[in-house]
Structure formats: C-alpha cells, structure tokens
Design a protein around this ligand. Structure first.
Ligand code: TRP
Length: 334
C-alpha cells in the first residue's frame, strides 16, 4: 500500500517565503514521489479558532489555494481540499471528543501558554480560551485519522498535536477495534526554517514576513528591510549570522551559495547582497506569480479545483466515518 502523507494549512494569512521554503515547496516535491499518496488541505475550521474576521479567512483561503495551484500542485495525483467541505471531519471530531481525555488536552502547549499568559496578567486562567482552542488537537486528530495518514509532515510546534492524534487513535482502537491507522510525525531537519525581517523565525505571528508573490519592486522593497549589522562595504561579513545569507541559501544552487559566501568574505555591501537576493527570488517565482495572479483574478477556477478535491476526499471520509459509527454502535437497527 502507498504511504499516505497528509498535512493541513491554517487559513489565516498570506503565504510567505517561510511557508514556501519550509512547507509548500517540499510538500509539492514529495507529492511527485512514487509510492506516496498526498492529502493537502486548507484548515479553515482551525482558522476559526484563531481568527474571527470573516473576510480575512475567506481571502486567506483563496490566497493559499491559489498559491499551491500556481506552484504546480497536481490536483489529479493528490487530494487537495478545504476542510470545511468535508463535513465528515466535524462529525468524526465529535466522536473523538468522546474518546479524548480532558487531561490530555490540559497538556496541550497552545492551551497551556494561553493559561500562562493569563496568569501573568493576573487574569482568570481561562480568560479568552474557547472550547475551540481547548479542543484544537481533537479536530486535528480528526483531520489526520480520517484519511488513514501514515506520515504527517509538520513544523516542530505541531509535533505534540500529531502525538495526541496517535494517542486518541490508540485509545479508540483499544475500545472498539482496529479502525484507525496510527500516524507518525515527520519533521524534516534538512528543510530550512527561514528567518524573517527581524532575524527571528519568519512567522505571521511576529509580523516579520516577506510575502511570496509580491510584485518585483515590492518584493525588493521588502527584502531591503531585512535587518543587518552596521558593517560597511569592503568589510568581511559573517554568512552564518546573516538573514540575507540564510534566505539566499534557501533559493540558491550550491554554486551560487559558494559564490555568495566568497562575496561575504570579500565584503559585499548589504545593499548589493539584498539586490542580488531580490533578483534570485524574483527569477524563481516569476512564472508561478503570473499563474497566481491569473488564479486570483478567476476564483471560479480555484473553487472548482477545491470542489473536485472535496469530492475525492469524501470518497475516503464517508467510508471511514461509516466504519467508525458502526464500531461505536451508531448504526441502523435492522
Ligand atoms: N495545526 C496546523 C498548523 O497550524 C494545521 C493543521 C490542521 C494540520 N490540521 C492538520 C497539520 C492536520 C497537519 C495535519 O500548522
């Protein structure tokens, strides 16, 4: 049987270089490997937990879908869908809620850090904590278990959630029989975690991102904002501590990386290094950006791709949900 690989993207932002290098590019590349079935989805139900601005969620869904399609995701060879278009996921989520230990959820990092922040502010510990946030890992377990995923590639911050999905699956299987495949988390250390404008991890929550599909001039402007030190042109610069170099490396060939290392040693001016970085990224994304703009102007095409994806996804989810319900005793009387 093929390995099933599944991952979700929360629809709360505009795709940036960090998403591209850390998640989208490796996911699309891996989806071409033989022996692998890929499930990629837009986690808009998860987005509701973090965002209560309807327009933002809708815009982000459109942008993220257009991005994956523009970058060459083959929707015939993969299953690409919007979480909310697969209602079986929400139904499974309820069943799993009835299996998931509250004590397990108490240990979830996202919930714990919300409580810690409240205590710090001398607030009620559960101030602003919704049941959605509290049960976030259960919905994620439903996403994963629904499609019998073997491997779940995620960033480090999501490892605990995948482990919880495994725990919940084990508990279910123990009580009701072997219905769920136990998922394994995959964290690829070879994939770069990109630094943002301020040198911290590039993340929408830090507001330090460089959007992936900016028009060339705006892209360059954004790149020019990357924080550097005060070394003058002619002074040797350290590539290892430089965000400009780190991003360069994520896009450059080995030869180009070598050349930039030499340029740093020779004291390339920061302005020049940033200009070259802008040119490099621009060259690599130009074609996909044209596609992206065409798709963004034609939401019908995006919506059609998502609807077809949902139909495909539901051939799996209807079957699995029926098995689950049967296993727990929710079934016709005759
Ligand atoms: N929680 C993930 C994130 O914020 C997104 C996500 C939702 C996901 N469901 C998933 C990832 C299932 C992997 C598998 O990044």
């Amino acid at each position: 049987m093929n390995q099933r690989v599944l991952t979700g993207i929360t629809t709360t932002g505009t795709p940036h270089l960090g998403n591209y290098v850390g998640a989208i590019r490796p996911a699309i590349a891996a989806s071409h490997s033989p022996g692998q079935d890929s499930f990629f989805f837009l986690a808009d139900l998860h987005a509701l937990i973090k965002c209560s601005e309807p327009q933002k969620i809708n815009d982000s869904t459109r942008e993220i879908a257009a991005t994956w399609l523009a970058l060459g995701l083959d929707v015939d060879k993969t299953v690409f869908y919007r979480q909310s278009d697969v209602p079986e996921i929400s139904e499974l989520c309820w069943v799993l809620n009835c299996m998931a230990a509250k004590g397990l959820m108490n240990r979830a990092h996202a919930y714990k850090s919300a409580v810690a922040a409240n205590l710090e502010d001398k607030q009620d510990p559960d101030f602003g904590v919704t049941m959605g946030l509290y049960g976030y890992p259960v919905l994620m377990a439903a996403d994963i278990l629904m499609f019998g995923a073997h491997k779940v590639p995620v960033g480090k911050d999501q490892i605990q959630h995948v482990e919880m999905a495994r725990d919940i699956a084990q508990r279910f299987n123990h009580h009701f029989g072997e219905v769920f495949t136990l998922p394994e988390v995959v964290v690829d250390d070879k994939v770069a975690v990109l630094q943002g404008l301020d040198g911290r991890k590039m993340s929408k929550s830090y507001g330090n991102t460089i959007p992936l599909f900016l028009p060339p001039k705006k892209l360059q402007k954004s790149i020019n904002k990357i924080k550097t030190n005060l070394l003058e042109p002619g002074e040797p610069k350290d590539p290892e501590t430089s965000t400009v170099f780190q991003i360069w490396q994520a896009f450059a060939s080995e030869q180009q990386t070598q050349d930039m290392r030499t340029a740093f040693a020779d004291g390339i001016a920061w302005g020049e290094a940033k200009k070259q970085l802008g040119t490099l990224i621009n060259e690599q994304v130009a074609e996909a950006r044209d596609q992206y703009e065409a798709l963004m102007a034609d939401p019908v095409q995006i919506e059609q791709a998502l609807q077809q994806g949902a139909e495909k996804a539901r051939t799996y989810s209807r079957k699995l949900l029926a098995e689950v319900k049967h296993a727990v005793g929710i079934k016709p009387l005759i």
